[in-house]
Design a protein around this ligand. Structure first.
Ligand code: GDP
Length: 299
């Protein structure tokens, strides 16, 4: 929890900056208080609709003569945030063997790094893992996954640059099956400038996955960069059109004052968050803990 708090410090500092006048001094909960609080929440990158969702029930209680002290109000606000965030993530890894997990997201969000971190976690828990390099569009993406594979002693299934990604998925999942691998993690392309092609390609990859292993893919994880702010909302919409998104990984929570995006996403899409990225190292992936998160942003 200590490390988690420290890593979320920018979010905390930023929110605290805004909230210091609102919360540190015990004062009356009046209209000026609400205005300041709203501003602080906007600064933390919480979407207006989500702010309304948070504050409407609290305003109601205030108008009924409750929560008139900021200390009480603060606890009630945290409770509202927790309600939004209390979405149970699916089990990781999924139960199927081999389990096929698609990891999707736009380029640069930290997809490949997150796959390495997941591989590291799984291996440490005694699962056998295989990486599938299905982003055949960028040489660097294949190379990067291979480097992680070498470092982690995790086999990587790849084909040539420009190969059909669906064919790589098929070969990768067949290999996972024949080698009795527990979990296949599939790295996918995220080139946004060809959005239509990308989405069609993802659909095809998912269809072909189901031909290699029954019911595959068993889990689709969308990786979102916390520093992209409200653009994250569009990204979830795009990917939801191609695949059912079962859960999110929100990366770069260590480097942002905008960690509030997790509240926005949970509120707007009701998609749970499995993990958050708190740095570039293999250990820097933590299961998302709503309570720790809320306590970090509102100390
Ligand atoms: P991809 O294009 O989505 O596969 O993105 P990469 O995995 O290559 O990551 C892009 C950059 O973000 C790299 O420099 C990573 O080290 C960095 N990165 C990934 N996750 C995190 C995170 O949680 N925190 C920080 N600070 N950097 C991250």
């Amino acid at each position: 929890l200590g490390k988690f708090k420290e890593r979320l410090s920018r979010t905390r500092e930023k929110l605290k900056e805004g909230l210091s006048e609102v919360f540190v001094i015990e004062r009356n909960v009046d209209e000026a208080f609400f205005e300041e609080l709203e501003e602080a929440l906007i600064t933390a990158d919480i979407n207006i609709d989500t702010i309304k969702r948070l504050l409407t029930p609290l305003r109601m209680r205030v108008s009924q003569g409750e929560l008139l002290k900021t200390s009480e109000f603060k606890e009630a606000l945290k409770a509202e945030m927790l309600k939004i965030l209390s979405l149970e993530p699916p089990p990781f890894p999924p139960e199927a063997r081999p389990a096929a997990v698609f990891v999707v997201g736009v380029n640069g969000v930290g997809k490949t790094t997150s796959i390495a971190k997941l591989g590291y976690r799984l291996k440490n828990s005694g699962f056998s893992v295989l990486f599938v390099a299905a982003d055949t569009f960028r040489a660097a993406a294949i190379e990067q996954l291979e480097n992680w594979g070498n470092r982690l002693e995790i086999p990587v299934i790849k084909q040539k640059l420009g190969a059909d990604p669906a064919s790589v998925v098929f070969e990768g999942l067949k290999a996972a099956k024949s080698r009795n691998i527990d979990v296949a993690l599939i790295d996918t392309a995220g080139r946004l400038h060809t959005k239509y092609n990308l989405m069609e390609e993802l659909k095809k990859m998912a269809r072909v996955a189901g031909k290699a292993i029954e019911e595959a893919p068993h889990q689709n994880i969308l990786v979102i960069d916390a520093t992209t702010g409200q653009n994250a909302v569009s990204q979830v919409k795009w990917f939801k059109e191609a695949l059912p998104i079962h859960t999110l990984i929100v990366t770069k929570m260590d480097g942002t004052a905008k960690g509030g995006i997790v509240l926005t996403l949970a509120h707007l899409f009701k998609i749970p968050i499995s993990f958050i990225g708190l740095g570039e190292k293999l250990e820097d992936l933590e299961p998302f803990d709503p309570e720790a998160f809320v306590n970090a942003i509102i100390p």
